[in-house]
Unconditional design. Structure first.
Length: 121
């Protein structure tokens, strides 16, 4: 049962941080940012937040610096919005999973395109 609560809290934190990213005014936090995953520790005292950007890993790293400087505000807002007894300490990590996914999609599209061309001949 503890796993269920941890998963629920991590999804709630993910949803709230994604909403807060749009509200933050820091110029480092810009572009198409996505919260990919949130890993909450079993005792809910720590949470790793994986952030990815469509523009690439460098934009995500810059955004992580901005998010790290706003950690106190984000943590306080999460505590208020989710009514948690213990709000986890947040650690933001840049992730390039969106960029990798776009590369894989491009490769798959090129394979389909070449197969269509060979079928026509």
């Amino acid at each position: 049962m503890a796993g269920y609560k941890t998963d629920r809290v991590s999804e709630d934190i993910k949803r709230e941080i994604a909403a807060m990213i749009r509200e933050l005014k820091d110029p480092r936090i810009q572009g198409m940012l996505t919260v990919v995953n949130v890993d909450v520790s079993s005792d809910a005292s720590y949470a790793k937040v994986y952030v990815s950007a469509m523009e690439g890993i460098e934009t995500a790293k810059t955004a992580v610096k901005g998010l790290t400087s706003a950690t106190g505000y984000i943590r306080r807002e999460i505590g208020k919005r989710l009514h948690l007894r213990k709000t986890p300490e947040l650690k933001f990590i840049a992730d390039d999973s969106i960029e990798k996914g776009m590369e894989i999609t491009g490769l798959l599209n090129s394979i389909v395109k070449t197969e269509e061309e060979t079928d026509e001949n």
